[in-house]
Design a protein around this ligand. Structure first.
Ligand SMILES: [Mn+2]
Length: 323
């Protein structure tokens, strides 16, 4: 990503009315990077969400007294539209047919990605917050705190980070004037009752296979697929693949630190995305696929399970675990 060019672009936005938006079900990284960007740009910038936010994002918006409008209620005329944290057409359906001035994102793009006049994509960044942080030379306390919260949340508390992530985090922490303990409590996830119920219910439908010394777990849920995938890895799965059949199909995948470094969930979710009539992508340890073909979800899950088992087994026997 061309950071100097992105900085110049941001400077050019300062005189304009800017509407900043993000993906469906805005999470901490999306909301924090959008709010920080709007505060940096000034009073003419607004943040608008396509639909509801995740519970932790809602909580932080209240805490930082940020304003997040409803996208559908904003009269778009006169605004330059900027997107953070996604370029997936499935997660940005509110922007269909609309002109996008720029996208800032840390997810790799593909042919299906939403087009923008300027695409600032850095797939090596832990989070959109990490990208935005590098574009703002002297963040004030509020901006620094929000960006650090987004970075901590999306880097899975620094698990998915590199030296630059930590450097950026260090600068944000000192600019925030807060302690790491304080800021990281803002990024902590307090599971609500429905998430916990869905997680426990997912265990009933769980298929587990052993490939060498690694465990691949696959299940289906009605909601909270990403959360359930995280929970399954905490329970002991090395690869957790969770399908969610709602208005559209979604597959969330997570893996443990035990999987070999050459294993990546990205190609797996790209394939799953195609199978469910959509797109997939993400990061090595955390990836997602979404698509419109809900009836293809079961087939996609079995293929994902097979491919993950084969990649991990390295010739060792693959054994379905019977309960
Ligand atoms: Mn993100």
């Amino acid at each position: 990503m061309d950071y100097p060019k992105a900085k110049r672009f941001l400077a050019s936005l300062k005189r304009k009315k800017v509407l900043i938006t993000f993906h469906s079900l805005g999470d901490l990284d999306a909301v924090c990077s959008a709010l920080a960007l709007s505060w940096h740009l000034g009073k003419k910038a607004v943040v608008a969400a396509p639909d509801r936010l995740t519970s932790e994002a809602r909580k932080y918006v209240a805490l930082c007294e940020g304003t997040v409008l409803n996208f559908a209620s904003v009269e778009l005329r006169g605004f330059d539209c900027v997107v953070v944290d996604s370029s997936s057409p499935y997660l940005l359906s509110h922007l269909e047919g609309k002109k996008i001035a720029a996208i800032f994102d840390h997810h790799a793009i593909n042919e299906g990605s939403v087009k923008a006049a300027n695409a600032f994509i850095d797939a090596n960044a832990s989070s959109s917050s990490e990208i935005i942080a590098q574009l703002i030379s002297k963040p004030d306390r509020k901006v620094a705190e929000a960006l650090l919260v987004g970075l901590i949340a999306d880097s899975a508390r620094f698990k998915n980070s590199n030296a630059r992530t930590l450097e950026v985090a260090g600068k944000l922490l000192s600019a925030s004037g807060k302690s790491m303990w304080e800021v990281s409590t803002f990024a902590s996830h307090d599971e609500d009752i429905s998430e916990r119920i869905e997680t426990l219910a997912s265990c009933k439908r769980l298929h587990v296979a052993r490939a060498g010394n690694l465990l691949v777990a696959v299940t289906k849920v009605r909601s909270f697929a990403a959360h359930v995938a995280d929970a399954l890895v905490s329970l002991g799965a090395d690869v957790a693949i969770v399908g969610e059949a709602g208005k559209e199909a979604r597959v969330s995948a997570r893996c443990s630190d035990r999987v070999p470094p050459e294993f990546s969930l990205v190609p797996l979710m790209e394939e799953a995305g195609k199978m469910i009539g959509g797109v997939g992508g993400g990061h090595r340890h955390a990836a997602t696929a979404t698509g419109s073909n809900v009836s293809a979800l079961d087939g996609a899950l079995s293929v994902c399970m097979k491919v993950a088992e084969e990649k991990l087994s390295k010739g060792a026997q693959i054994k379905e675990i019977e309960w």
